[in-house]
Design a protein around this ligand. Sequence first.
Ligand SMILES: Nc1ncnc2c1ncn2[C@@H]1O[C@H](COP(=O)(O)OP(=O)(O)OP(=O)(O)O)[C@@H](O)[C@H]1O
Ligand SMILES: [Ca+2]
Length: 894
Amino acid sequence: MAEPEAKKQQLQEQFYNQSIDTVREELDTSLDGLTPQDADKRFAEYGANALAEGKRKSNLMRFIDQFKDFMIIVLLVAALVSGFVGHEWADAAIILAVVLINAIMGVIQESKAEEAIDALREMSTPDAHVRRGGQVLTIKSEQLVPGDVVLLEAGDIVPADLRLTDSASLKIEESALTGESVPVDKDVATLEGDDIGIGDRTNMAFMNANVTYGRGEGIVVGTGMNTEVGRIAGMINSAEETTTPLQTNLNQLGKILTVLILVIAAVMFLVGYFLHGEAPLDMLLISISLAVAAIPEGLPAIVTIILALGTQKMAKRNALVRKLPAVETLGSTDIIASDKTGTLTQNKMTVEQMYYWGKLHPASEDIPLDDDALLMMNLANDTKIQGDGKMLGDPTETALVQFGLDKGFDVREQLKQWPRVGEVPFDSDRKLMSTVHQLPDGRFLVAVKGAPDQLLERATQVELGKDDIQPLDDTRKQAILDQNMDLAKQAMRVLGMAYKFVDALPDPLDSDTVENDLIFAGLVGMIDPERPEAAQAVAKAKSAGIRPIMITGDHQVTAEAIAGRLGIITPGDDAAVLTGAQLDDMSDQDFEKNVSKYSVYARVSPEHKVRIVKAWQKRGKVVAMTGDGVNDAPALKSADIGIGMGITGTEVSKGASDMVLADDNFATIVVAVEEGRKVFANIQKAIQYLLSANLGEVLTLFIMTMMGWDVLKPVQLLWINLVTDTFPAIALGVEPTEPGIMKRKPRGRNSNFFSGGVASSVIYQGILEGALTLGVYLFGILHPVHTSQGDIHADALTMAYATLALIQLFHAFNVKSIHQSLFTVGFFRNKAFNWAILVSTLLVGVTIVVPGFNGLFHVRELDLYQWLTVLSAGVLMLVIVEIIKFVQRRMGKE
Ligand SMILES: Nc1ncnc2c1ncn2[C@@H]1O[C@H](COP(=O)(O)OP(=O)(O)OP(=O)(O)O)[C@@H](O)[C@H]1O
Ligand SMILES: [Ca+2]
């Protein structure tokens, strides 16, 4: 993509030592933001807000790269020499053609693989909230231009360099720029001096930094390469994380195979030349051809393509893979640790019960509008009510505002009289949030809501009626806690409300100064129904040997009730609930020892998630972990598969994840695991197919040479390699799911593409292919249809060629499952595969049956009897492998 030449007139000034007004004028914008037209104009002028990418390889470069392979060069030179010396120009031409086609296919494969990886990256560009023409819009951060007004909140990734214009408890973590991992407090005050380091520019926010706390706003002063990261990073590496661990594994194996095959080729050459007196050039050509055919250099690209096709399938099913290795790892998942709210449940909160003035009332009852519980739950609330009555905000909070409106209490009116002047935002560690309001009489009201247990620790009094405030003694406290427990047992999320009056605005405004000495006002119990598909997905995961684990900030009793309904804990099993506090009391060793006892974690904070991941990993398990908040990022990173939430997730958490759920749905994780298992199995199939075929080729040629028999011609071997390798291998990569794939145990952390019987299958099946091919050759010699020795040998060699090619295509059916019978898996369920086999068969067939063509390939027409011999070998290949699989299944059962 040609980047529009980004405007060179750089905004080089230091913005931190200029007042907001100056910055605003300088960038010709207002706090209402740019007009959309203005934004478009600037976009044309400045270009996209993206870091430049490293140079891309052109297709021509890729094509040329295909010939960097030493073997290919030797092959071409040898072909040319044989053309000159032996006047075998037809051979040389075919070899050249095959090499060219091979190179073109290589280019296509590589660019397909890269396209797929591009698509992954495209998907992961973050969103930004921007104000334009007075309207708040969500746009791709690439669309930002200098002068835009950007809104920040906890969990956002700063989308460009900003001069802050507003901040409320704003904290930003800038370690990527400064190396300092402690979040920096930000405000809007203009700084003095012009020599202030990046880490100290407290009124600026820099691209790619993480907002960890609070809220803010700022004017974009730099985009794309004209940002601090742009200057530092220079270029982003476009090649990151494109090879997966198992691919690396495979590459290593590839190197070993290469050496092995070269040794075999060398031995072949020496034996053929010295012992059997073959022409050296012929021997060289066939040895090199063997090396070219048998070295599986296309394998990594094929694996990438299969993985990439897997990501497309997953995307259709709402699992957006951000990092290719995740596809591979997903299939091996042992543990799915999932947040409760929104993932297992719908995150549609509805108030069911309310407790105030010492009594519980169903939500259907009328409520006195002057009760302070109702007031506080509306005040300590970030919900925005839009013009059309639609509510924006956290479902827990919108439910409360909705409840108020339903009862006839409109918080908007209240806020006009009691404006909010301060806040201590909610965080999942404290499990509280507070707002401070200016009262007409000059005093301030502190409104607090949050987890009842937390709240009661900070309350000293309780409201028991209108203007009836009593000390919160132990009996009263116990009564509230009992009530809390009762609601929780009914699977409700319970929030408590409290308040106090103060004479002056606390300074500094934080939890310690605000959230103490409170008057307890009441409780509210909310139901968040399970997702309808969740229980089934839990059952499916369990039947696949995967342990679902629920993690929640909610009360343990609520958690237990919901986990019970979902089947995460079942009455019989001893899987227990562990709370964050209990976890805090456990040593790492203790926890590791006991981790398998717990399926539910309640009242935990994000830090606990990291311990849960690590403990399971220590036990050798592959852990998938969900997360949505900014504090979840470390857990998402340490999990084998970090799973972000597409709808409710913060940008920071999405950035830290390997996969994002477009629908936030637990069931989608299970679907993705199933896809991951399928993709893994299909890669194994492609590998098993290719390597057994190659082994068959090597054995056939090696033994032919050793025995001094006729040896297949280079063009024959190269043609077999060209037409029977790639198509079926890629087609095997899109095989439908094998029956019962979610009834097996996870494959285990240390498994690789050769685990589970693939290695041994490659070996015995390769030997079988070679043996049958040689058998057909000998059969052709021993049961000739002609009498002249020349005819007999030419026929036998043609039969061997046909067999070696077609037996691979027959064998492709075997490979559809490592252990299951072809009759279980089905012969023709994969359209792409059927086509691949058909095309490959035709391409082999034409070289034999089309007169003239067969001359080029040094083969002859076969009669029916000979064809039947060839086809019998193919059928035998099917039958023998079926029998061996049958025996293996029998032995496996015992
Ligand atoms: N907006 C809020 N204001 C005050 N307290 C809240 C708010 N949201 C949640 N809480 C309290 O904090 C506790 C933990 O909430 P948190 O947000 O950490 O859990 P969650 O992530 O929403 O749920 P889960 O962990 O099940 O996905 C809740 O049980 C509730 O008591
Ligand atoms: Ca091959």
